[in-house]
Design a protein around this ligand. Structure first.
Ligand code: PLP
Length: 477
């Protein structure tokens, strides 16, 4: 493609992007595609000859878009959001154009130094300990893997890196039974197994019970295990439960455990001073992760990983083959040594654009709107005789279910809510997701999408109420 054609198509695309965001509400939130719909429309082989941009773009609109679930739709209430914002999109465009691969300082000094400064800005804006060092990872899954690998090395005197896990003590990692599945996956990747991960019971609010943690550690010590790490959740995936960090930190200190804090979603709330209580005790953590790519208006992917001891991180991951030597080792940050991948995208640029474009105050305003919307929705649930709240709402996720007064059978309630969710999502008017909390099927509604306003949450509630009544009539309840 020649420069003039690139310029022309890029302008067309930007117009399309602006229209898309402006008119996003005309799309069904959740893709209505059936399995195989797109595959059936795609040629089995790549084209031998290049095709015109117009043809590619026409296919994007007609074939690809129907298979897209619109995460930036204001009625996207599912999972946790993966927010973008105009500022972040513009930065992504520049990142793509520059095509920087910032594995070492010298391969783009600005990428490294901007990342260093952005991690400091974020750290301070969220009230995290001033001596912490931060690095951008692709995802919280990767960040937690870094934490587990660092903890494993510290616990084994850096011997696992030297000679593998053979004949190492039987290590144990503790996490609440509400912990995100990425921890189990990370444990496997770290060369450990099911035996090494111990799930700890939670209380009625789905937060880890410190006394159960202590008991499990004591029991393990008696049986000859080596307790090495505890993962605390600030905002579990199921219900944004907040584990009691000060009590967990005290236990971690007593038994010499690495304390990793997973605040993948909820961490963004710490931009609000009035929500910092959720990370009380954070100064005792060894590592911490939160995802600006969830709730902080920064396009996926961008995960902020912090450690209290940079040296352990570097000792775990540093590797210096001849072809990567620059002579500046020790003088500058080479972020390839701060995580798993060698190659690195220039993600700091979108953080810079977002933080400067909104300012901390602009972001705070949006977060407070989201939090207030969730409280409004929670009140509707609480004041309706046929709905019930299924977990506390410390932030902006509401876990609830439809519970007609004449039904008490737990399985029947589970099936009913599953059917309700399917019908709601099929409407295309909103998208929610679900989980099970202590065996009960619950609907999850997150008021955290960048563009969500009061009317979207009100419409969602009206739709949920109306659909639940239709379903009850259909099933003759
Ligand atoms: N931790 C928690 C608490 C999460 O909710 C999630 C995802 O929702 C993750 C970790 C994994 O996030 P990522 O997709 O960045 O790996």
């Amino acid at each position: 493609m020649k420069t003039e054609a690139f310029r022309k198509h890029a302008h067309q695309l930007v117009d399309w992007m602006a229209d898309y965001l402006e008119q996003i509400e005309r799309y069904p939130v959740k893709s209505q595609s059936k399995p195989g719909d797109l595959l059936a429309q795609l040629p089995a082989q790549a084209p031998q000859k290049g095709e015109a941009f117009e043809d590619i773009f026409r296919d994007f609109e007609h074939k690809i878009l129907p298979g897209i679930t619109h995460w930036q739709h204001p009625s996207f209430f599912a999972y946790f959001p993966a927010n973008s914002s105009p500022a972040s999109v513009l930065a992504e465009m520049l990142m793509a154009t520059l095509g920087v691969q910032g594995m070492v300082w010298e391969t783009s000094p600005a990428a490294t130094e901007l990342e260093e400064r952005m991690m400091q800005w974020l750290r301070d804006a969220c009230g995290l300990p001033a001596h912490w060092h931060g690095v951008i990872q692709d995802t919280a899954s990767t960040a937690s893997l870094c934490a587990i690998l660092s903890a494993r090395e510290r616990a084994t005197g850096f011997q696992s890196n030297e000679s593998g896990l053979y004949e190492q003590a039987r290590l144990r990692i503790y996490a609440s039974e509400q912990t995100h599945s990425s921890i189990e996956k990370d444990v496997k990747i770290a060369g450990l197994g099911k035996e090494n991960l111990v799930y700890i019971d939670t209380d009625a609010c789905y937060a880890l019970r410190p006394e159960a943690l202590r008991q499990a550690i004591e029991e393990d010590l008696r049986r000859g295990y080596h307790p090495m790490m505890v993962v605390a959740n600030i905002g579990t995936t199921g219900s944004t439960a907040i584990d009691p960090l000060p009590a967990i930190a005290a236990i971690a200190k007593e038994y010499g455990l690495w304390l990793h804090v997973d605040a993948a979603y909820a961490g963004t709330a710490c931009l609000l001073p009035e929500y910092r209580h959720i990370i009380e005790g954070i100064e005792h953590a060894d590592s911490y992760v939160f995802n600006p790519h969830k709730w902080m208006l920064t396009n996926f992917d961008c995960s902020a990983y912090y450690v209290s001891d940079k040296e352990t991180l570097l000792r775990t991951f540093s590797i210096l083959p001849e072809y990567l030597k620059t002579g500046l080792e020790g003088q500058v940050n080479n972020y390839r040594d701060w995580g798993i991948a060698l190659g690195r995208r220039f993600r700091a640029l979108k953080l810079w654009f977002v933080l400067r474009s909104y300012g901390i105050e602009g972001l705070q305003k949006i977060l407070r709107r989201h939090l207030a919307l969730a409280q409004w929705f929670k009140q509707q649930v609480e004041s309706h005789p046929d709905f019930e709240l299924m977990a506390p709402v410390p932030l902006n996720l509401v876990c609830f279910r439809y519970h007609p007064q004449n039904i008490d059978d737990p399985n029947r309630l589970n099936e009913l809510n599953e059917a309700l969710l399917r019908r709601l999502n099929a409407s295309g008017k909103l998208y929610m997701s679900h989980t099970k909390l202590h065996g009960q099927y619950v609907l999850r509604l997150v008021c955290g999408q960048t563009y969500v306003q009061e009317r979207h949450v009100q419409q969602a509630w009206q739709l949920i109420e109306a659909e639940s009544q239709r379903l009850s009539r259909l099933l003759s309840l």
